[in-house]
Design a protein around this ligand. Structure first.
Ligand code: FAD
Length: 441
């Protein structure tokens, strides 16, 4: 430093610490190592500048009082910078500390479609909270990765139709907007037109979602000629989410909003009580074990994912058992619905049956290549469970928002239910803040 000169060291250190501060703000959240490196470099340059200023002051004003003031000032700053990050933990032991001093800490359990969409929605509608996903499995190993991802709702007998219609419309509008943006390919969202066909003749009743999908109408005679075994059909255009693209895109969006993701199996919700203020349960079929909900049961589904890029129209037998759903990366052929089966092993006989039935509907599938078999357990329930619950253990309370049991229709409803879950989390935060301020009176 003596060779360079103090001024020649001080000025570049101050300028580089300012530049590094700006750089830290610009580095994307995903580049953790780079952020840590920039922080260390910034700390080093500030350290150099501070040391020099300290030296100058002591040399230029060599009185004991001034040296003491600079020395103790520097010591207090150092102690303060070590203690400051821990202040947020005071909220749990000191009721006079406002909750707003710390960010409400939200844990979302589950990294399937429902957990990821709820976490993104919470982080966007309540930006003042911190959101962490905790899950034992991630894409491509969740049920959501097996699904075809079509926006064709299934009815939940225990949920009012107006509610299901609202969730579906919110989901459709949200995905339609993504499809209409430059994000569509990375999010894996595509528009797909096709036919739902029935062996029996027309029913007068229209499905509740007929005015939400695009261009819903009865099939023409000409169209029905493609399916000689069938007597009636409906044509419409809907949306499809390709997994794992969509799940990865949601995870990236969450991290972009400052959210975190941890791999861990949760055996008891109370294990989260020390580190989080509110828990959002999106564990799908895992809720049966985690919270002992015996109303949720598996409906096993086996599908084939094939390469057949010439197909761009979907075909669905109205019985819901045979379907051909073309997506961006592959075509999903289905399927099965085995209520109560927990078997995740593919059955070769079922695969052959699915393939034969789909070829009967679309003979060109005989030329399909790269056939992969996938099995998933639909987290089925009479009604989706979307509600608040306050768990109590002695003096301790833990607010939980449940969001699970989407069965065969998770993709069709996920954004609508995520919005409702975010609203319930907002209510829990308001209640926590209210009880804290009452405790102070
Ligand atoms: P999952 O994807 O199973 O995610 C649950 C998450 O919770 C996982 O990450 C798991 O690891 C985690 N977890 C569970 N327990 C714990 C624990 N104790 N601790 C930590 N983490 C835990 N729906 C449609 O709308 N359209 C379709 O075309 C469609 N096709 C389908 C086809 C098939 C063959 C199948 C099987 C399903 C289909 N579905 C479809 C339904 C859809 O896939 C589901 O509704 C949806 O995936 C459910 O998402 P989820 O996040 O609740 O569950």
């Amino acid at each position: 430093m003596d060779k360079l000169g103090r001024r020649n060291t001080l000025i570049p250190s101050l300028i580089s610490s300012a530049l590094i501060c700006v750089l830290i703000m610009l580095i994307p959240q995903d580049f953790n190592a780079l952020i840590i490196l920039a922080n260390m470099a910034g700390k080093f340059t500030i350290g150099v500048a501070f040391g020099l200023i300290y030296l100058y002051t002591a040399e230029l004003y060599p009185t004991i009082v001034r040296s003491l003031a600079v020395g103790s000032g520097s010591m207090m700053c150092r102690v303060g910078s070590v203690v400051a990050p821990f202040c947020v933990y005071l909220t749990s032991i000191w009721i006079f500390m406002p909750l707003s001093m710390s960010k409400p800490r939200i844990a979302v359990i589950g990294a399937g479609l429902i957990g990821l969409s709820a976490a993104v929605c919470i982080s966007e509608t309540i930006p003042t909270c911190s959101v962490t996903i905790i899950s034992d499995e991630f894409t491509p190993n969740t049920t959501s990765d097996v699904a075809a991802g079509m926006l064709i709702p299934h009815t939940y007998p225990g949920t009012p139709i107006y509610q299901q219609k609202q969730w579906f419309k919110e989901t459709f509008d949200y995905l339609f907007a993504i499809n209409n943006s430059s994000e569509a390919p990375s999010a894996g969202i595509s528009l797909v037109s096709g036919w739902q066909i029935f062996k029996t003749s027309s029913s007068a009743e229209l499905p509740f979602w007929s005015d939400i999908v695009l261009g819903f109408r009865a099939m023409t005679e000409m169209e029905l000629k493609k399916f000689p075994q069938y007597r009636f059909g409906q044509a419409f255009t809907t949306l499809k989410c390709d997994c794992p693209s969509y799940l990865l895109w949601l995870e990236k969006r969450l991290k972009g909003n400052g959210g975190e993701v941890h791999a861990k199996r949760i055996a008891n919700l109370w294990d989260l009580q020390n580190n989080y203020d509110i828990v959002v349960n999106c564990t799908g079929i895992g809720s049966r074990q985690l919270i002992g909900d015996l109303k949720i049961y598996p409906v096993r589904g086996q599908v084939l994912k094939v390469h057949a890029p010439w197909l761009n129209h979907f075909i669905r037998d109205g019985d819901g058992l045979s379907y051909i759903y073309p997506g961006i990366h592959n075509v999903t052929l289905g399927g099965t619905r085995e209520k109560g089966s927990w078997n995740l092993s593919p059955d070769p006989n079922i695969s052959k049956d699915i393939f034969d039935k789909c070829c009967a509907l679309e003979p060109s599938l005989q030329k399909a290549q790269d056939i992969k078999v996938r099995v998933g357990l639909r987290p089925s329930r009479l009604a989706v469970r979307l509600q608040k619950e306050i768990l109590v253990q002695g003096e301790k309370k833990l607010p939980v928002v449940h969001n699970y049991g989407h069965g065969s229709g998770g993709f069709s409803m996920h954004w609508g239910t995520a919005k409702e879950a975010a609203r319930l989390v907002g209510e829990c935060i308001a209640t926590l803040q209210d009880s804290l301020s009452k405790a102070k009176l």
